[in-house]
Design a protein around this ligand. Sequence first.
Ligand SMILES: Cc1cc2nc3c(=O)[nH]c(=O)nc-3n(C[C@H](O)[C@H](O)[C@H](O)COP(=O)(O)OP(=O)(O)OC[C@H]3O[C@@H](n4cnc5c(N)ncnc54)[C@H](O)[C@@H]3O)c2cc1C
Length: 342
Amino acid sequence: MQISKDYELKELNTFGISAKAKFFTVLENEADIIELLSNSEFKNNQKLFLGGGSNILFTKDFDGIVILNKLKGIEILEEDEDIVFLKSMGGVIWHDLVTFTVDRNYWGIENLSLVPGTVGATPIQNIGAYGVEIKDTLDSVEAYEIETGKKKIFSRDECRLGYRDSVFKNELKGKYFVSAIFLKLHKDAQPNISYRVLKDYIEENKIEIKNSKDVADAVANIRRSKLPDPKELGNAGSFFKNTFVNVEQKEKLLAIYPEMPNFSEQNEKGENVIKIPSAWLIEQCGFKGLREGNVGSHTNQALVIVNYGGATGAEVKDFVYKIIQAVKDKFGIALESEVNMI
Ligand SMILES: Cc1cc2nc3c(=O)[nH]c(=O)nc-3n(C[C@H](O)[C@H](O)[C@H](O)COP(=O)(O)OP(=O)(O)OC[C@H]3O[C@@H](n4cnc5c(N)ncnc54)[C@H](O)[C@@H]3O)c2cc1C
Protein backbone atom coordinates (compact mmCIF):
# COMPACT_ATOMS: atom_id res chain seq x y z
CA MET A 1 0.00 0.00 0.00
CA GLN A 2 1.47 3.29 -1.11
CA ILE A 3 0.66 6.68 0.40
CA SER A 4 0.95 9.70 -1.92
CA LYS A 5 1.11 13.35 -0.86
CA ASP A 6 -0.75 16.40 -2.23
CA TYR A 7 -2.85 14.25 -4.50
CA GLU A 8 -5.12 15.92 -7.09
CA LEU A 9 -8.73 14.68 -6.79
CA LYS A 10 -10.26 16.31 -9.91
CA GLU A 11 -10.51 13.02 -11.81
CA LEU A 12 -11.98 11.28 -8.75
CA ASN A 13 -15.18 13.32 -8.31
CA THR A 14 -17.98 13.60 -10.86
CA PHE A 15 -18.30 17.37 -10.24
CA GLY A 16 -14.80 17.61 -11.75
CA ILE A 17 -13.69 19.94 -8.95
CA SER A 18 -9.99 20.45 -8.43
CA ALA A 19 -8.95 19.82 -4.82
CA LYS A 20 -5.88 18.25 -3.24
CA ALA A 21 -5.69 15.59 -0.56
CA LYS A 22 -2.78 15.96 1.88
CA PHE A 23 -2.40 12.15 1.77
CA PHE A 24 -3.93 9.63 -0.61
CA THR A 25 -4.01 5.85 -0.84
CA VAL A 26 -5.90 3.06 -2.61
CA LEU A 27 -7.39 -0.09 -1.07
CA GLU A 28 -7.04 -3.04 -3.46
CA ASN A 29 -7.68 -5.95 -1.09
CA GLU A 30 -8.53 -6.80 2.52
CA ALA A 31 -4.85 -6.97 3.54
CA ASP A 32 -4.61 -3.28 2.58
CA ILE A 33 -7.40 -2.48 5.07
CA ILE A 34 -5.50 -4.12 7.93
CA GLU A 35 -2.30 -2.32 6.94
CA LEU A 36 -4.15 0.99 6.58
CA LEU A 37 -5.79 0.82 10.00
CA SER A 38 -2.43 0.68 11.74
CA ASN A 39 -0.70 3.23 9.48
CA SER A 40 0.39 6.42 11.28
CA GLU A 41 -0.66 8.84 8.48
CA PHE A 42 -4.08 7.22 8.69
CA LYS A 43 -4.28 7.27 12.48
CA ASN A 44 -3.11 10.86 12.87
CA ASN A 45 -5.22 12.54 10.19
CA GLN A 46 -8.82 13.20 9.22
CA LYS A 47 -10.05 10.42 6.98
CA LEU A 48 -12.28 10.34 3.91
CA PHE A 49 -13.27 7.12 2.18
CA LEU A 50 -13.99 7.69 -1.48
CA GLY A 51 -15.85 5.50 -3.96
CA GLY A 52 -16.85 6.96 -7.32
CA GLY A 53 -16.93 10.52 -5.97
CA SER A 54 -20.46 10.90 -7.36
CA ASN A 55 -22.07 12.19 -4.18
CA ILE A 56 -19.40 14.55 -2.97
CA LEU A 57 -18.48 18.21 -3.32
CA PHE A 58 -14.95 19.20 -2.39
CA THR A 59 -15.34 22.80 -1.23
CA LYS A 60 -11.61 23.07 -0.47
CA ASP A 61 -8.45 20.97 -0.27
CA PHE A 62 -8.78 18.01 2.09
CA ASP A 63 -6.38 18.31 5.01
CA GLY A 64 -6.20 14.61 5.75
CA ILE A 65 -6.06 11.21 4.06
CA VAL A 66 -8.36 10.18 1.21
CA ILE A 67 -8.74 6.42 0.79
CA LEU A 68 -10.01 5.23 -2.59
CA ASN A 69 -11.98 2.00 -2.38
CA LYS A 70 -11.11 -0.50 -5.11
CA LEU A 71 -12.01 -3.71 -3.29
CA LYS A 72 -13.34 -5.94 -6.07
CA GLY A 73 -15.26 -9.19 -6.28
CA ILE A 74 -18.82 -10.49 -6.53
CA GLU A 75 -19.64 -13.91 -5.10
CA ILE A 76 -22.83 -15.95 -4.99
CA LEU A 77 -22.85 -17.41 -1.48
CA GLU A 78 -26.10 -19.40 -1.54
CA GLU A 79 -28.99 -20.02 -3.84
CA ASP A 80 -32.11 -22.12 -4.08
CA GLU A 81 -34.99 -22.20 -6.56
CA ASP A 82 -36.22 -18.75 -5.56
CA ILE A 83 -33.51 -16.75 -3.84
CA VAL A 84 -29.90 -15.79 -4.60
CA PHE A 85 -27.76 -14.58 -1.73
CA LEU A 86 -24.70 -12.69 -2.91
CA LYS A 87 -21.80 -10.70 -1.56
CA SER A 88 -20.28 -7.79 -3.42
CA MET A 89 -17.13 -6.04 -2.31
CA GLY A 90 -17.53 -2.31 -1.74
CA GLY A 91 -15.22 -1.12 -4.52
CA VAL A 92 -17.23 -2.80 -7.28
CA ILE A 93 -18.88 -0.24 -9.57
CA TRP A 94 -22.58 -0.35 -8.71
CA HIS A 95 -23.72 -0.60 -12.32
CA ASP A 96 -21.35 -3.55 -12.87
CA LEU A 97 -23.15 -5.34 -10.04
CA VAL A 98 -26.53 -4.51 -11.62
CA THR A 99 -25.20 -5.92 -14.93
CA PHE A 100 -23.93 -9.07 -13.18
CA THR A 101 -27.41 -9.69 -11.74
CA VAL A 102 -29.52 -8.87 -14.81
CA ASP A 103 -27.24 -10.97 -17.05
CA ARG A 104 -28.35 -13.91 -14.86
CA ASN A 105 -31.97 -12.68 -14.79
CA TYR A 106 -31.99 -12.12 -11.03
CA TRP A 107 -34.58 -9.59 -9.86
CA GLY A 108 -34.27 -6.83 -7.29
CA ILE A 109 -31.83 -4.10 -8.33
CA GLU A 110 -32.66 -3.67 -12.03
CA ASN A 111 -34.47 -0.34 -11.38
CA LEU A 112 -31.23 0.99 -9.91
CA SER A 113 -29.43 0.56 -13.20
CA LEU A 114 -26.86 3.27 -14.02
CA VAL A 115 -26.81 4.92 -10.58
CA PRO A 116 -23.16 6.06 -10.52
CA GLY A 117 -20.67 5.16 -7.82
CA THR A 118 -19.52 2.12 -5.88
CA VAL A 119 -21.31 -0.67 -4.05
CA GLY A 120 -19.83 0.39 -0.68
CA ALA A 121 -21.52 3.79 -0.84
CA THR A 122 -25.00 2.44 -1.62
CA PRO A 123 -26.13 1.82 1.98
CA ILE A 124 -24.65 5.15 3.13
CA GLN A 125 -27.48 7.10 1.54
CA ASN A 126 -29.78 4.15 0.72
CA ILE A 127 -29.66 4.83 -3.01
CA GLY A 128 -33.00 4.95 -4.72
CA ALA A 129 -34.43 5.42 -8.20
CA TYR A 130 -37.52 4.53 -10.23
CA GLY A 131 -39.49 3.21 -7.26
CA VAL A 132 -36.77 1.02 -5.71
CA GLU A 133 -34.21 1.54 -2.96
CA ILE A 134 -31.21 -0.60 -1.99
CA LYS A 135 -33.03 -1.26 1.29
CA ASP A 136 -35.52 -3.46 -0.62
CA THR A 137 -32.87 -6.12 -1.32
CA LEU A 138 -30.12 -5.37 1.18
CA ASP A 139 -29.59 -8.20 3.64
CA SER A 140 -26.61 -6.84 5.57
CA VAL A 141 -23.46 -4.75 5.43
CA GLU A 142 -19.88 -5.69 6.33
CA ALA A 143 -17.90 -2.79 7.78
CA TYR A 144 -14.68 -2.07 9.66
CA GLU A 145 -14.77 0.15 12.72
CA ILE A 146 -12.12 2.75 11.98
CA GLU A 147 -11.11 3.33 15.62
CA THR A 148 -10.64 -0.33 16.58
CA GLY A 149 -10.22 -2.13 13.23
CA LYS A 150 -12.96 -4.59 14.24
CA LYS A 151 -15.10 -6.07 11.50
CA LYS A 152 -18.84 -6.00 12.07
CA ILE A 153 -21.89 -7.21 10.19
CA PHE A 154 -24.80 -4.75 10.30
CA SER A 155 -28.22 -6.27 9.72
CA ARG A 156 -30.50 -4.26 7.45
CA ASP A 157 -32.41 -2.99 10.49
CA GLU A 158 -29.21 -1.86 12.16
CA CYS A 159 -28.40 0.20 9.05
CA ARG A 160 -31.58 2.23 9.74
CA LEU A 161 -32.15 2.99 6.10
CA GLY A 162 -34.48 5.85 5.29
CA TYR A 163 -35.01 8.27 2.43
CA ARG A 164 -31.40 8.94 1.27
CA ASP A 165 -30.36 8.24 4.83
CA SER A 166 -28.80 5.63 7.12
CA VAL A 167 -27.08 5.21 10.46
CA PHE A 168 -23.79 5.82 8.58
CA LYS A 169 -24.87 9.41 7.85
CA ASN A 170 -25.95 10.00 11.45
CA GLU A 171 -24.71 8.40 14.72
CA LEU A 172 -22.01 6.39 12.95
CA LYS A 173 -20.91 9.09 10.51
CA GLY A 174 -17.20 8.68 9.77
CA LYS A 175 -16.91 5.72 12.18
CA TYR A 176 -17.13 2.75 9.77
CA PHE A 177 -15.71 1.79 6.41
CA VAL A 178 -18.15 -0.32 4.37
CA SER A 179 -16.11 -3.15 2.87
CA ALA A 180 -18.93 -5.26 1.38
CA ILE A 181 -22.68 -5.70 1.15
CA PHE A 182 -24.93 -8.77 1.02
CA LEU A 183 -28.05 -8.81 -1.15
CA LYS A 184 -31.01 -11.17 -1.41
CA LEU A 185 -32.34 -11.29 -4.96
CA HIS A 186 -35.17 -13.23 -6.58
CA LYS A 187 -35.07 -15.72 -9.41
CA ASP A 188 -38.76 -15.55 -10.29
CA ALA A 189 -39.95 -12.53 -12.26
CA GLN A 190 -40.78 -9.64 -9.93
CA PRO A 191 -40.95 -6.54 -12.13
CA ASN A 192 -41.56 -3.30 -10.29
CA ILE A 193 -42.65 -0.95 -13.03
CA SER A 194 -45.28 1.07 -11.21
CA TYR A 195 -43.13 4.24 -11.07
CA ARG A 196 -44.96 6.55 -13.47
CA VAL A 197 -42.09 7.66 -15.72
CA LEU A 198 -40.93 4.05 -16.11
CA LYS A 199 -44.45 2.74 -16.71
CA ASP A 200 -45.11 5.40 -19.37
CA TYR A 201 -41.79 4.68 -21.09
CA ILE A 202 -42.48 0.94 -21.22
CA GLU A 203 -46.00 1.49 -22.58
CA GLU A 204 -45.04 4.15 -25.12
CA ASN A 205 -42.21 2.02 -26.47
CA LYS A 206 -44.29 -1.18 -26.35
CA ILE A 207 -41.56 -2.97 -24.40
CA GLU A 208 -42.35 -6.49 -23.32
CA ILE A 209 -40.74 -7.18 -19.95
CA LYS A 210 -39.43 -10.72 -20.23
CA ASN A 211 -36.46 -10.48 -17.91
CA SER A 212 -34.85 -8.10 -15.44
CA LYS A 213 -32.48 -6.78 -18.11
CA ASP A 214 -35.47 -5.31 -20.00
CA VAL A 215 -36.26 -3.17 -16.95
CA ALA A 216 -32.60 -2.24 -16.40
CA ASP A 217 -32.28 -1.18 -20.07
CA ALA A 218 -35.49 0.87 -19.94
CA VAL A 219 -34.29 2.67 -16.81
CA ALA A 220 -30.86 3.26 -18.36
CA ASN A 221 -32.44 4.77 -21.50
CA ILE A 222 -34.64 7.11 -19.45
CA ARG A 223 -31.68 8.16 -17.30
CA ARG A 224 -29.47 8.87 -20.32
CA SER A 225 -32.15 11.12 -21.81
CA LYS A 226 -32.81 13.02 -18.58
CA LEU A 227 -29.60 13.44 -16.62
CA PRO A 228 -26.47 15.23 -17.74
CA ASP A 229 -23.51 12.86 -18.16
CA PRO A 230 -20.83 13.89 -15.63
CA LYS A 231 -18.17 13.13 -18.26
CA GLU A 232 -19.58 16.02 -20.30
CA LEU A 233 -20.94 18.30 -17.56
CA GLY A 234 -19.67 17.94 -13.99
CA ASN A 235 -22.45 17.18 -11.49
CA ALA A 236 -23.40 14.90 -8.60
CA GLY A 237 -26.97 14.04 -9.61
CA SER A 238 -29.70 15.64 -7.51
CA PHE A 239 -28.03 18.08 -5.18
CA PHE A 240 -31.06 18.35 -2.88
CA LYS A 241 -33.37 15.84 -1.29
CA ASN A 242 -37.09 16.13 -1.93
CA THR A 243 -39.06 18.02 0.72
CA PHE A 244 -41.49 16.42 3.16
CA VAL A 245 -44.09 18.39 5.12
CA ASN A 246 -47.09 17.55 7.30
CA VAL A 247 -50.74 18.10 6.33
CA GLU A 248 -51.00 21.42 8.16
CA GLN A 249 -47.93 22.83 6.37
CA LYS A 250 -49.27 21.54 3.05
CA GLU A 251 -52.60 23.31 3.54
CA LYS A 252 -50.88 26.59 4.42
CA LEU A 253 -48.70 26.39 1.32
CA LEU A 254 -51.57 25.36 -0.96
CA ALA A 255 -53.56 28.39 0.19
CA ILE A 256 -50.81 30.60 -1.26
CA TYR A 257 -49.63 28.32 -4.11
CA PRO A 258 -52.68 26.31 -5.24
CA GLU A 259 -50.74 24.86 -8.19
CA MET A 260 -48.05 23.34 -5.90
CA PRO A 261 -47.50 19.64 -6.75
CA ASN A 262 -47.78 17.40 -3.67
CA PHE A 263 -47.93 13.67 -3.09
CA SER A 264 -49.10 11.75 -0.02
CA GLU A 265 -46.66 9.04 1.06
CA GLN A 266 -45.77 6.95 4.08
CA ASN A 267 -42.29 7.33 5.46
CA GLU A 268 -40.18 4.46 6.85
CA LYS A 269 -41.77 5.01 10.30
CA GLY A 270 -45.22 4.46 8.76
CA GLU A 271 -46.18 8.13 9.22
CA ASN A 272 -48.22 9.94 6.58
CA VAL A 273 -46.14 12.68 4.99
CA ILE A 274 -46.52 14.91 1.97
CA LYS A 275 -43.77 15.09 -0.60
CA ILE A 276 -43.20 18.34 -2.41
CA PRO A 277 -40.74 18.08 -5.29
CA SER A 278 -37.77 20.28 -4.36
CA ALA A 279 -37.24 20.84 -8.09
CA TRP A 280 -40.56 22.73 -8.18
CA LEU A 281 -39.56 24.91 -5.21
CA ILE A 282 -36.24 25.76 -6.88
CA GLU A 283 -37.92 26.49 -10.19
CA GLN A 284 -40.41 28.84 -8.50
CA CYS A 285 -37.45 30.80 -7.13
CA GLY A 286 -36.17 31.32 -10.68
CA PHE A 287 -33.11 29.07 -10.43
CA LYS A 288 -33.97 26.38 -12.98
CA GLY A 289 -31.49 26.74 -15.85
CA LEU A 290 -29.87 29.76 -14.19
CA ARG A 291 -26.12 30.04 -14.68
CA GLU A 292 -23.78 32.18 -12.60
CA GLY A 293 -20.19 32.10 -13.84
CA ASN A 294 -19.09 28.49 -14.08
CA VAL A 295 -21.96 27.08 -12.00
CA GLY A 296 -25.65 26.62 -12.67
CA SER A 297 -28.83 24.68 -12.13
CA HIS A 298 -29.36 22.35 -15.10
CA THR A 299 -31.74 23.55 -17.81
CA ASN A 300 -33.93 20.42 -17.64
CA GLN A 301 -33.36 19.36 -14.03
CA ALA A 302 -33.48 22.13 -11.43
CA LEU A 303 -32.18 19.75 -8.72
CA VAL A 304 -28.96 19.07 -10.60
CA ILE A 305 -26.24 21.63 -10.01
CA VAL A 306 -23.62 21.63 -12.75
CA ASN A 307 -20.03 22.70 -13.20
CA TYR A 308 -19.83 24.27 -16.66
CA GLY A 309 -16.05 23.91 -16.45
CA GLY A 310 -13.43 25.32 -14.12
CA ALA A 311 -15.77 25.97 -11.19
CA THR A 312 -14.25 25.83 -7.73
CA GLY A 313 -15.92 23.93 -4.92
CA ALA A 314 -16.45 27.22 -3.09
CA GLU A 315 -18.32 28.67 -6.12
CA VAL A 316 -20.62 25.64 -6.23
CA LYS A 317 -21.21 25.90 -2.49
CA ASP A 318 -22.09 29.63 -2.74
CA PHE A 319 -24.59 28.90 -5.52
CA VAL A 320 -26.12 26.07 -3.49
CA TYR A 321 -26.52 28.33 -0.43
CA LYS A 322 -28.19 31.00 -2.60
CA ILE A 323 -30.78 28.43 -3.65
CA ILE A 324 -31.30 27.27 -0.06
CA GLN A 325 -31.80 30.88 1.10
CA ALA A 326 -34.20 31.73 -1.74
CA VAL A 327 -36.38 28.68 -1.02
CA LYS A 328 -36.33 29.48 2.70
CA ASP A 329 -37.36 33.11 2.07
CA LYS A 330 -40.18 32.24 -0.34
CA PHE A 331 -41.63 29.06 1.17
CA GLY A 332 -40.19 28.85 4.70
CA ILE A 333 -38.77 25.43 3.77
CA ALA A 334 -35.19 24.37 4.58
CA LEU A 335 -33.85 22.39 1.62
CA GLU A 336 -31.55 19.54 2.60
CA SER A 337 -28.44 18.68 0.64
CA GLU A 338 -28.17 15.12 -0.68
CA VAL A 339 -24.53 15.64 -1.65
CA ASN A 340 -21.79 15.41 0.98
CA MET A 341 -20.04 18.78 1.17
CA ILE A 342 -16.46 18.34 2.35
C1 LIG B 1 -25.47 11.69 -12.69
C2 LIG B 1 -25.77 11.19 -11.30
C3 LIG B 1 -26.98 10.56 -11.04
C4 LIG B 1 -27.26 10.06 -9.76
N1 LIG B 1 -28.45 9.45 -9.55
C5 LIG B 1 -28.75 8.94 -8.33
C6 LIG B 1 -29.98 8.25 -8.09
O1 LIG B 1 -30.77 8.07 -9.00
N2 LIG B 1 -30.24 7.79 -6.85
C7 LIG B 1 -29.35 7.96 -5.82
O2 LIG B 1 -29.65 7.50 -4.72
N3 LIG B 1 -28.17 8.59 -6.01
C8 LIG B 1 -27.85 9.09 -7.23
N4 LIG B 1 -26.66 9.74 -7.43
C9 LIG B 1 -25.73 9.90 -6.30
C10 LIG B 1 -24.66 8.80 -6.23
O3 LIG B 1 -24.64 8.04 -7.40
C11 LIG B 1 -24.90 7.86 -5.05
O4 LIG B 1 -24.98 8.58 -3.85
C12 LIG B 1 -23.78 6.82 -4.92
O5 LIG B 1 -24.14 5.83 -4.00
C13 LIG B 1 -22.45 7.44 -4.49
O6 LIG B 1 -21.45 6.46 -4.62
P1 LIG B 1 -19.93 6.85 -4.68
O7 LIG B 1 -19.16 5.58 -4.64
O8 LIG B 1 -19.66 7.74 -5.83
O9 LIG B 1 -19.77 7.64 -3.30
P2 LIG B 1 -18.79 8.84 -3.00
O10 LIG B 1 -19.29 10.07 -3.66
O11 LIG B 1 -17.39 8.45 -3.27
O12 LIG B 1 -19.00 8.97 -1.43
C14 LIG B 1 -20.24 9.43 -0.92
C15 LIG B 1 -20.18 9.45 0.62
O13 LIG B 1 -20.10 8.12 1.12
C16 LIG B 1 -18.89 7.91 1.83
N5 LIG B 1 -18.40 6.60 1.42
C17 LIG B 1 -18.19 6.15 0.16
N6 LIG B 1 -17.81 4.88 0.17
C18 LIG B 1 -17.77 4.50 1.46
C19 LIG B 1 -17.44 3.29 2.12
N7 LIG B 1 -17.09 2.18 1.46
N8 LIG B 1 -17.51 3.25 3.47
C20 LIG B 1 -17.87 4.33 4.19
N9 LIG B 1 -18.18 5.51 3.61
C21 LIG B 1 -18.14 5.60 2.26
C22 LIG B 1 -17.96 9.03 1.39
O14 LIG B 1 -17.00 9.33 2.39
C23 LIG B 1 -18.94 10.14 1.16
O15 LIG B 1 -19.29 10.77 2.38
C24 LIG B 1 -26.33 10.23 -8.71
C25 LIG B 1 -25.09 10.85 -8.98
C26 LIG B 1 -24.82 11.32 -10.26
C27 LIG B 1 -23.49 11.95 -10.54
